[in-house]
Structures are given as C-alpha cells and as structure tokens.
Design a binder for this molecule. Structure first.
Ligand code: TXA
Ligand code: MG
Length: 349
C-alpha cells in the first residue's frame, strides 16, 4: 500500500484534506493524525474490522485496549452507560486536552477497542486537525499512538512515516506535537479516581479538583501488573540501550567519566541527553553525540523534546544513551514513567 502524505494547516485545516482523510476512516481505512500530545493512528472506532487493522499495522498485542477520541463532550454519554459527576467536572476543566477518562462502556462498542474489558477509555484531543477529522468522519475515532508497538511515540509526521509507511492509507502532517508525552489515563470506575498512566495533566492538577487521587501501584512496583494493559509492556524504548543518571553532585561526574571510558574501550557509540544544568557540571567529555534538553525548570520543554531526541539517537546508530532522572512531581512523574520504561528501570545512582 502506498501511504499518502498530506500536509495540513494545524490551525485552520483545509476542508478538502479533512474530507479526504475522513473518507478513508469511513471506508474502514487507517489515517495518522496530529494531536496535542503525540500523533495518533486512527480508525472508525465503531468498526471492529477497521480497529483490527490498527493492531496489525502497529504490531500491537490484542489485549491492549484503545482510546476512543471524540470532538463533542456530549458524546461521552453515548459511549458510556455511567458518567459520574466527577467525570463531568474533569471534562469541563481539561477537555479538550491531554486527559483520558476510563468509564463503564456501552455494549455496542467493539470488543477489539476495549480488548474485552467492561470499560472504555475516552478523550477529546486539543488539536484542530484531530477535532475536524473526528467531526467530519462522524464517528468516534479509535487511536493509539502512531508508532510501531514498543517504540517511542511519534511527535512528528516524519516519525509516523518512519514507522508505518506502506502499512496505512494516509498521514496528516500538522507539524510537531506540542506536549510530546501521551495523555494522562484516569480510571473513574472505582471509589477513588486512579491514574493508570501519568501524562499531560498532572496528579496535582487532578487532586486540586477531585481531592484524593490514587496512582496505580502497578506503575512503580514491578511485582504487580499495571491496570492499564499497555503499561505492562516494554515501551517507549529506542533501539539503543538507555541508562538513567541520578545527579548526586560531584560523584555523578566521576561515575559518568568511568562509564564513558568503559564504553569507549568496548567501541560503543554513546550519546548524552541531558539538561543544561547537568551538562554545565561536566568537564570535557568524549562522546558521539550530546543533546541539551534545555533547563530542568522547564519540564514541559523537556517533555516535548524527549521522544524525538530518543529517535534521533537511533538514527545516529548509537549503542547507549545516557540521560537523567527527574523528581516525580508535576510533569516529572510522566517523564520518569516513560524514562524508567525506556531504560528497563536502569538507574545509575
Ligand atoms: O495522548 C494519547 O493518549 C495518545 C493520543 C493519540 O491520543 N494515545 C495513546 O494511545 O497514547 P495508546 O493506545 O498508545 O495508549 C493508551 C493507553 C494504553 O496504556 C492502554 O492500555 C490504556 O490507555 N487503556 C485504554 N483503554 C483502557 C481501559 N478501558 N482500561 C484501562 N486502560 C486502558
Ligand atoms: Mg502508545
């Protein structure tokens, strides 16, 4: 299959290109499109056969459910049999935006979307192209991140092309995604709201509105199975090995020197993905690639760069990526969740 590559104005998407993409969705095909978090791979969320094509194109395990994307808040009531007041408050506050809510599903939603769970994940994305596409298609769009399963999510149309060219009908290129990390997934089916995946909306923001909010213990305890099926897989991982460095003052620079010497002796190509503050503490280091992620105080800036920088390290053919840890609060929680997974939980203290 030849994948069409269509540039689109991210602010005022042209009606022709939206109509063409919506036509593909209605006909049961796959279209990748920009959202404010990462690029999504969309199919008609009410068409089981179309949804199955998503799993085939990505190489995604079939027990990992998909998010249904809507363009009108009211559509939540059509997809879920039970929308608690909390959900409505959240929708009013954070939609359109990087928050996905998990609610009891209605029977007509295909089993392929929910992977057989009694619940469905729903999100209204904050991107004109995504919203126009959903409206024009006239159906909820099922969309995971548009990457090959296990690889870092795509934040540009070019990333999607690298992963999925020849496997999907079209890619809408609306420029780089803004947030750069996936949405927060929040389960609202229990007594307390539970974060199943930290993301663009922080625990602090949710607690301010809802009071107590739990975090799925399966996210930090490797002995437990996470409740979002997607969180149990190897994920967000480039081909290069990733090791996280915890900044412990002058000791850290010494440790890093040792690690670099060791890897140079083995002929390995090494890259550093570090903040400006961390880089400032290093002396002259001999590595194959150095990327400055910006200031530690700008976690949003770091989040928006992370995946594309990890992908770039693979393009350079690096064997090892050394990057740093963040304090687990605010957006730092989502950053650490992704970094821990991409490194296979390897931290050098
Ligand atoms: O920002 C995002 O959320 C992006 C953009 C495209 O919207 N989408 C995305 O989808 O990241 P995906 O499929 O890569 O991740 C969805 C996550 C997975 O971890 C999945 O297991 C979980 O949400 N999930 C989906 N439905 C669920 C459900 N009913 N119960 C629990 N977890 C669910
Ligand atoms: Mg994904």
């Amino acid at each position: 299959m030849e994948t069409k590559f269509w540039p689109v104005d991210p602010v005022n998407p042209g009606p022709e290109v939206i109509a063409a993409a919506a036509g593909i969705i209605q006909a049961g095909g796959l279209v990748a499109f920009p959202t404010e978090t990462v690029y999504g791979l969309g199919a008609n969320g009410l068409d089981a056969r179309a949804v199955e094509k998503i799993f085939a194109a990505k190489g995604r395990p079939s027990d990992n459910p998909l998010i249904l994307h809507i363009a009108d808040m009211g559509d939540v009531f059509q997809l879920s049999s039970q929308v608690p007041l909390q959900a409505q408050v959240l929708m009013e506050t954070f939609w359109p935006g990087p928050l996905t809510i998990v609610l009891p599903k209605r029977d007509f939603i295909p089993v392929a979307v929910t992977a057989g769970l009694p619940t469905v994940a729903i999100r209204m994305p904050n991107h004109p192209v995504a919203l126009e596409l959903i409206k024009k298609a006239g159906v909820p769009i099922a969309a995971p991140s548009a990457n090959r399963s296990g690889y870092p999510s795509p934040t540009t149309a070019r990333h999607v092309q690298d992963d999925l060219a020849g496997r999907i009908e079209a890619i809408l290129d609306g420029g780089p995604a803004d947030v750069g990390l996936e949405s927060t997934v929040l389960d609202l089916t229990g007594d307390l709201p539970v974060i199943l995946r930290p993301g663009g909306v922080t625990k602090e923001q949710l607690s301010e509105l809802l009071g107590a909010v739990d975090i799925d213990p399966g996210l930090s305890d490797s002995g437990l199975i996470p409740r979002a099926p997607g969180m149990k897989y190897t994920h967000y991982a480039p081909k290069a090995r990733v090791i996280l460095l915890k900044d412990n003052g002058p000791e850290t620079a010494k440790r890093l020197d040792g690690l670099l010497a060791e890897n140079a002796a083995l002929g390995r190509k090494v890259g550093l993905l570090l903040t400006a503050e961390f880089l400032a503490k290093l002396g002259d280091v001999q590595v194959d690639h150095i990327c400055n992620l910006g200031s530690r105080r700008d976690l949003a800036g770091i989040a928006s760069l992370l995946y594309s920088r990890l992908r770039y390290c693979d393009q350079l053919g690096l064997d090892l990526i050394l990057t740093e840890t963040y304090e687990e609060k605010g957006l730092g929680r989502a950053l650490m969740n992704r970094l821990l997974k991409s490194s296979g939980y390897t931290i050098l203290e």
